[in-house]
Design a protein around this ligand. Structure first.
Ligand SMILES: *Cc1c(COP(=O)(O)O)cnc(C)c1O
Length: 231
């Protein structure tokens, strides 16, 4: 089933790239394996997927321990400061920095491990109360502060768009996130030259790609519905 799902997702990604006149290799598919067993990860790997997303630090660490193969892990979930220590160094990208205090913690742990952590700033594009992320108007100020931390590299912006039946509803949010990235780059802030847009999930990733996504995070569309009874 995972193989067939991946074929459909890949077709959808290619279609969106064609419509937007983009090259397929501008978009990285992150297979969101949260709550799913490592067997599912191996199955996706057999189909050529080497990039996985997790949203809980403990679950990520457990899976990193088991899956020895050189896959890239992305942390896409809300991050608490007391979990940063266990996360830094495990992933290629942390998608969910949404405060200076959190960034400081990531910086501190990165200094200790002598690495530079690549991060995205999470933006709450629709100002939903239920969502994490900074509001668009506060992103520039946060980036100005975070950019001063030498062991953090800001690679771009991330958003979780509103849940909707109609992906077209989210097109405006994806457009706004891209505009925000371009606007902030144009300010020529020291150490800030962002190129990544992490936007689009199972329900809306094609629209997100049409609007410039460089990472799409697809869980259900690849692995099927999730059951949360263990978490
Ligand atoms: C779970 C999750 C996804 C994947 O959601 P699907 O709708 O299952 O594709 C993407 N991004 C984040 C941040 C998530 O937590």
């Amino acid at each position: 089933m995972i193989g067939e799902n991946l074929k459909l997702v890949e077709e959808e990604i290619m279609g969106a790239c064609e419509r937007a006149n983009r090259s397929r290799d501008e978009v990285t598919l992150i297979a969101v394996s949260k709550t799913k067993p490592v067997g599912d990860i191996y199955e996706a790997m057999e189909c050529g997927i080497m990039t996985f997303g997790e949203n809980k630090v403990q679950e990520l660490n457990d899976k990193v321990e088991i899956v020895k193969e050189p896959v890239s892990w992305h942390f896409i979930g809300h991050l608490q400061r007391n979990k940063v220590k266990q996360l830094v160094g495990k992933t290629v990208l942390i998608h969910s920095v949404d405060s200076f205090r959190l960034a400081e913690q990531v910086h501190l742990e990165s200094v200790k491990k002598d690495i530079v952590s690549e991060v995205l700033i999470e933006v709450n594009v629709a100002k939903e109360e239920s969502k994490f992320g900074v509001f668009a108007e506060d992103v520039e100020n946060l980036i100005r502060e975070v950019a001063k931390l030498p062991n953090i590299a800001i690679k771009g912006l991330m958003t979780i768009a509103p849940y909707t039946q109609n992906p077209e509803d989210n097109r405006i949010h994806f457009q706004n996130l891209r505009k925000l990235l371009i606007d902030i780059n144009a300010k020529n802030i020291d150490n800030v030259n962002m190129s990544e847009l992490s936007m689009g999930m199972t329900g809306d990733y094609a629209v997100a790609i049409e609007e410039g996504a460089t990472y799409v995070r697809v869980g259900t569309g690849i692995f099927g519905v999730r059951y949360y009874n263990n978490n």
